[in-house]
Design a protein around this ligand. Structure first.
Ligand SMILES: C[S@@+](CC[C@H](N)C(=O)[O-])C[C@H]1O[C@@H](n2cnc3c(N)ncnc32)[C@H](O)[C@@H]1O
Length: 213
C-alpha cells in the first residue's frame, strides 16, 4: 500500500528540511508549473545522506532545475570539493544561484549552462559521484559519457527510473520517455562493470557503483 499517508509519514520521520531548501521548494512550487521535477524533502534527504556516506571530492549533476538536489548533494562534499551542475535552460540560472548563495555554497557549486552532452565533454576531470536527472531520452548517452570519468569505487545515480510506474507496462503502452528509461534500466542490468540497486524512493533512483573499467 503506497499512499499519500505513507509519504507524509516518511516525511514526518525524516530530518526537517533545511530552511533555505524549504524556501526554495516553496518558491519553485509558487512560480513554476513544472515543480514536480524538484527532488523535494525526502528524496533530497536521500541524496544528502548518500553523498555524506560517499564523501565525494567531486560531483557532477546533470539537470540543475532550480538547484534543490545540487544543494542537497553538495552537503556531503569533502572540504574543498566541487559540484558541477549542468542546466540547458538559462532562465533557471538566477533562482538556482540565489539559493546556492543562501546555502553558503557559492564556492563549492559551479553552474554550467548548455546541453549536457557538450558540457560533459568539455569537463576534463573525474567525478566520485554523478547524478543523472535531465532529459530521459539521453540517459544512456549520459551514462556512456560519464562512465570513464568515474573512478573504480565511484557512484552514478539516475533519477526517475520507475517513470511514474510506466516501466512495468507493456512497451506498446509506454510513453517515449518511459521506453527510454526501460531501455536504460536494461542497459544498467546488463553491465557487469557495476553493482546496481533500484531504490523505489519517489520515482525510483538507480544507485550504481563502478566495480571496474
Ligand atoms: C527533473 S529536472 C532536474 C531536477 C533537479 N535535479 C532536482 O532534483 O531538483 C530536469 C532538468 O534537466 C534540464 N535539462 C533537460 N535537458 C537537458 C540537457 N540536454 N542538458 C542539460 N539540462 C537539461 C531541464 O531543463 C530541467 O531543468
Amino acid at each position: 500500500m503506497k499512499s499519500k499517508l505513507l509519504d507524509d509519514y516518511a516525511e514526518k520521520y525524516t530530518s526537517a528540511e533545511l530552511p533555505y531548501l524549504a524556501k526554495l521548494n516553496r518558491e519553485t512550487n509558487l512560480k513554476r508549473g513544472d515543480a514536480v521535477m524538484l527532488s523535494g524533502h525526502v528524496q533530497g534527504a536521500v541524496l544528502q545522506m548518500l553523498s555524506r556516506m560517499i564523501q565525494p571530492r567531486s560531483i557532477l549533476e546533470i539537470g540543475t532545475y532550480t538547484g534543490y538536489s545540487a544543494i542537497c548533494l553538495a552537503q556531503g562534499l569533502k572540504e574543498g570539493g566541487v559540484l558541477h551542475t549542468i542546466e540547458i535552460d538559462e532562465e533557471l540560472q538566477d533562482i538556482a544561484s540565489h539559493y546556492i548563495e543562501e546555502a553558503g555554497l557559492l564556492s563549492s557549486i559551479q553552474q554550467h549552462i548548455g546541453h549536457a552532452k557538450d558540457v560533459i565533454a568539455a569537463l576534463n576531470e573525474s567525478f566520485d559521484l554523478v547524478f543523472i536527472d535531465a532529459d530521459k531520452s539521453n540517459y544512456e548517452l549520459y551514462y556512456d559519457l560519464v562512465f570513464d570519468k568515474v573512478p573504480v569505487g565511484g557512484y552514478i545515480l539516475a533519477d526517475n527510473v520507475l517513470y511514474d510506474g510506466e516501466v512495468v507496462l507493456p512497451e506498446t503502452e509506454q510513453s517515449k520517455n518511459a521506453r527510454a528509461i526501460s531501455s536504460f534500466n536494461k542497459k544498467v542490468k546488463a553491465d557487469s562493470r557495476i553493482d546496481h540497486l533500484l531504490l523505489p524512493v519517489r520515482d525510483g533512483i538507480m544507485v550504481m557503483r563502478k566495480l571496474r573499467e
